[in-house]
Design a protein around this ligand. Structure first.
Ligand SMILES: [Zn+2]
Length: 492
């Protein structure tokens, strides 16, 4: 090195450098927009939907064929499924949402496989909506006034044991085709989300189910595995309006319907500012997978919250090694879930992944995925609550600079996004003149109040151009793409 000109780029604090060289068609009306060409796909979807319904009705002892007509509106990316005579779900059975929502997911999936972009799925029953048949029960409650600063949330973790009538057997609500039981999985997700919402959003977080490991006396099963309905019955024995909405029902699974309503009823009772319901999704078809977030179609004001959550979940999940291409929908989906309808506050359902798909099951059991998914939910909520857009972390162009030899200069590293602090600014060398010493640098920025900036310097007597690229890594593992810039060392 002796006698050689040395140029260097150094980084304000955490530099790695040598001393002195701080150097680095057919049924025309069924498709609006492009009639005809998708006729075959639609006919296939109609057969699929009719087949699903036949199997569903058979389970309750009804042997019946119901006609299904599907219409597609390509410009609105929506699909309307119209059931013919012979099928009308009602309040008991929760309007068959545990059948119709999976049907919507599968039709959306098959349509997208066929090249049709579909996000919104409407169900009609002989041409009318369920609201037309049950206007009173399906009325969306008056929204409570939004407080200037939200203070509390209800985190509701899916289902749990219910008692079946008349035999009073205790059963989990959800099937577990691959052995992963949603009823006991989602409370673990709830625990993670609760801590995040307390620490990062500063909210008081209530839970819809008991977290006690003691035994529920009636069933002799752990309290933490019981449905919310029984927990609320124990908390508020006199408030049957919360947990016993169908006292006269004759349905064997009536307590499942009561449980669906008990959770948002509890949110209304508490007067929380937001209701987040955590689920894993399930489907007869193992091919259907990925992350979805739902809001109620009659509460369009909840869509921005749902969109912010799916957007932040996508950023956090895909930032984790091995999950770079994990399927997360582009936007939230409208749905008809009672859990979202009944709450007077913004209410969303997070379907983190499918417990019926092997890849999703592996993810659901991975603490890295769980943590990233729940950080995404909290971040999505927090951005929405503070009226910030969900903008994925990215570096903006960094200006090329000219530095006099023997001098040092501060270079701004402009960013967009909402990183979790502390963040690291990581810079590596891409071009180093022969014989020079060029290193790399890492600088920590502890809060958004500090400037995102690095120092570059050129050694005495140096003259030449160095290439660098810089990316940012946040505390949740979210990284921006590297942005190149150059430093020209010029004689001082
Ligand atoms: Zn569920």
């Amino acid at each position: 090195m002796k006698g050689m000109k040395i140029a260097a780029v150094a980084f304000a604090c955490a530099m790695i450098c040598a001393p002195g060289a701080s150097g680095r068609g057919v049924k025309a009306p069924m498709v609006t927009g492009d009639p005809g060409i998708y006729a075959e796909v639609i006919a296939m979807l109609e057969r699929e939907a009719a087949g699903q319904l036949t199997r569903h009705l058979q389970k309750s002892g009804k042997l019946r064929q119901v006609r299904v007509d599907i219409r597609l509106d390509l410009s609105a990316r929506s699909m309307t499924i119209n059931f013919g005579p012979g099928y009308l779900p009602g309040p008991e059975g929760s309007y068959d949402e545990l059948f119709l929502q999976p049907m919507a997911s599968s039709l959306r999936f098959f349509a997208e496989r066929s090249g049709l972009e579909v996000n919104d799925i409407h169900f009609l029953f002989e041409g009318k909506t369920l609201e037309d048949y049950y206007p009173e029960d399906l009325a969306v409650p008056m929204r409570s006034a939004r407080k200037s600063a939200p203070t509390s949330a209800l985190v509701s973790s899916s289902h749990g044991y219910i008692s079946l009538h008349p035999g009073r057997e205790w059963e989990f609500q959800r099937p577990a085709p691959l052995g992963l039981q949603e009823d006991v999985l989602s409370p673990v997700y709830g625990d993670e989300l609760q801590v995040l919402m307390e620490q990062r959003s500063g909210l008081v977080v209530h839970r819809a189910r008991s977290q006690s490991t003691e035994l529920h006396p009636e069933s002799n099963l752990p309290w933490e595995h019981m449905s919310s309905r029984y927990h609320l019955k124990a908390l508020f024995p006199e408030r049957a309006d919360i947990w016993n909405e169908f006292p006269n029902s004759t349905k064997p699974a009536r307590e499942k319907d009561e449980d669906i309503r008990a959770r948002p009823n509890y949110a209304n009772h508490l007067g929380v500012d937001v209701l987040i319901s955590l689920h894993s999704n399930g489907h007869d078809s193992a091919t259907i997978r990925g992350t979805e977030v739902y809001y109620h179609r009659a509460k369009a004001q909840d869509k921005p919250l749902a969109d912010s959550i799916i957007c932040s979940m996508r950023e956090l999940i895909r930032a984790q090694p091995g999950y770079e291409t994990f399927p997360v929908r582009e936007t939230s989906n409208p749905g008809d879930h009672g859990e979202n309808r009944i709450g007077k506050m913004p209410s969303v359902i997070v379907e983190t992944a499918y417990h019926s798909n092997p890849d999703d099951v592996a993810a659901l059991q991975d603490p890295v995925f769980r943590s990233a998914a729940m950080k995404g939910v909290e971040k999505g909520y927090r951005l929405w609550a503070s009226e910030k857009a969900c903008v994925p972390l990215a570096g903006k162009a960094i200006a090329d600079v000219e530095v006099h030899s023997g001098k040092r200069m501060e270079v701004d590293i402009p960013l967009v996004g909402n990183p979790q602090y502390p963040i690291q600014i990581i810079t590596t060398n891409t071009q180093c003149p022969p014989g020079w010493t060029c290193g790399k640098g890492k600088q920590v920025v502890n809060s958004p109040d500090e400037p995102t900036r690095i120092g570059v310097s050129c050694g005495a007597g140096s003259s030449g151009t160095l290439g660098w690229e810089t990316h940012v890594l946040d505390a949740d593992g979210v990284a921006s793409k590297p942005v190149p810039f150059s430093v020209r060392c010029v004689p001082g």
